[in-house]
Design a protein. Structure first.
Ligand code: ZN
Ligand code: ZN
Length: 417
């Protein structure tokens, strides 16, 4: 990692990530260990004309202590001032940057019931914030930088310093700051991103012209699932547009093309192909059985309690809300690294999410009420949204069109067109 690459990264997050506009407030949620990077973001944001930059600091150690030892009544309500800050800034259209960097097992041993109760509390008290985030009321971007506890998990047989350096190298590669290990020229990273976004969007366009009625997933791991798509679904990728009409990139890196399935349509079995970091715990060996869209069986070889708590948050968390395609030969997947961080792992494999769908996956959905979205058949009402990876080297997906044509979408883990 060098200073210039870090600065390029900060510029990318501000100008392509949230695409900060003059006079716009910015909120940065950052681990204290990442303060040096948060400072670069702050400088870059003010240079871009930010109205104000608000920092929400957190720390793995303090968070863990809170979850283990804080008074039990705290897990049923968000502090009113905290909710006020989030909801007000979201309404104002502030930009949000989240730095995702945590020990994947930071909450190991915490009562899953507390985590479930908190999920319900945030769903209720931050309803406005969550709704505005889901339908792009404000621009937001999740990015990562390495911290030692996380890097150690990714590269367990290295020293802390080596592991952190190796994770930096992977992150810079995945966000197109480096190419073949060399720094991309000043300014070229932004151009490189635009090209990357266009590539993803043209593939999404092809999927949209098929307008599939249903998709059938199979692989040797045991996945065998049919899922239907709403008539006016949209496959989206890379860039989204905020309520103010400004395009932004919600995830850096991003490799996925995603949409929302019909809520009550999934039948069959999904077997996860990677462990999932969920609420500070690792859940491995996931197997979910679906009947008429609803999850009727939940299994995990480890972390099952954590998974069950997440599936049982509310009624909507029992149904799929996202369907996403990522070929097995995509750059992050090709690295062969398990990142223990959903931002990277979901961009390395086909995945689904249970819980709330993104309204923008339905034509005109961003402007629809929850009732209208429900009438269109998507999973529009849940507090939660949990991605889990199912893509493998041998994944096959066959699409069926409304006139009954069968079209191979994925063959051997890759796009078939
Ligand atoms: Zn996704
Ligand atoms: Zn998702």
């Amino acid at each position: 990692m060098n200073e210039e690459m870090l600065r390029q990264y900060a510029r990318l997050v501000i100008h392509i990530g949230v695409n900060l506009q003059k006079g716009q407030p910015l909120v940065i949620a950052s681990p204290v260990d990442c303060a040096f990077f948060a400072r670069l973001l702050v400088s870059e944001a003010y240079r871009a004309g930010a109205k104000d930059v608000i920092l929400n600091w957190r720390d793995d150690h303090c968070v863990r202590e809170h979850w283990l030892r804080a008074d039990d009544c705290l897990f049923d309500n968000v502090y009113p001032w905290d909710a006020l800050q989030k909801n007000t800034l979201a309404r104002e259209g502030a930009a949000y940057i989240g730095i995702s960097a945590t020990d994947p097992e930071n909450l190991k041993g915490v009562d899953p019931e507390r985590l479930r109760r908190w999920e319900v509390a945030t769903g209720r008290d931050l309803k406005e914030f969550n709704r505005l985030q889901m339908n792009n009321g404000f621009p937001w971007c999740v990015v990562s930088i390495p911290i030692a506890s996380w890097a150690r998990k990714v590269f367990p047989d290295r020293t802390d310093n080596e592991a952190v350096e190796m994770l930096w190298a992977e992150i810079f590669k995945s966000v197109r700051i480096t190419y073949n290990g060399e720094a991309i020229k000043e300014g070229d990273a932004v151009q490189e991103w635009r090209t990357h976004c266009d590539r993803l969007k043209s593939r999404a366009k092809k999927l949209n012209t098929f307008n599939f009625k249903s998709l059938h997933y199979t692989n040797a791991l045991g996945t065998d699932l049919t899922v239907e798509m709403p008539v006016d679904h949209i496959w989206m990728a890379a860039e989204e547009s905020s309520a103010a009409g400004v395009s932004f990139v919600a995830n850096m890196p991003t490799e996925e093309i995603f949409s929302a399935p019909l809520r009550d349509s999934a039948n069959g079995v999904l077997v996860a192909s990677k462990p999932l970091v969920l609420n500070g715990n690792i859940v491995d060996g996931i197997r979910l059985v679906f009947e008429k869209g609803r999850i009727v069986e939940v299994h995990a070889d480890s972390g099952e309690e954590t998974l069950l708590a997440a599936v049982n948050v509310d009624e909507g968390s029992h149904f799929l809300g996202e369907i996403a395609l990522v070929p097995y030969d995509s750059p992050i997947s090709s690295s062969g690294i398990l990142f223990y961080n959903t931002l990277f792992d979901e961009n390395a494999a086909c995945h689904f999410a249970f819980g709330e769908a993104y309204p923008g996956c339905i034509r005109g959905g961003d402007k629809m009420s929850v009732d209208e979205l429900i009438a269109r058949g998507i999973n529009a009402e849940s507090t939660t949204h949990v991605d889990f990876m199912v893509g493998t080297e041998d994944l096959s997906i066959v699409g069926t069109t409304h006139d009954g044509r069968q079209v191979p979408v994925f063959e051997n883990g890759k796009f078939a067109f």
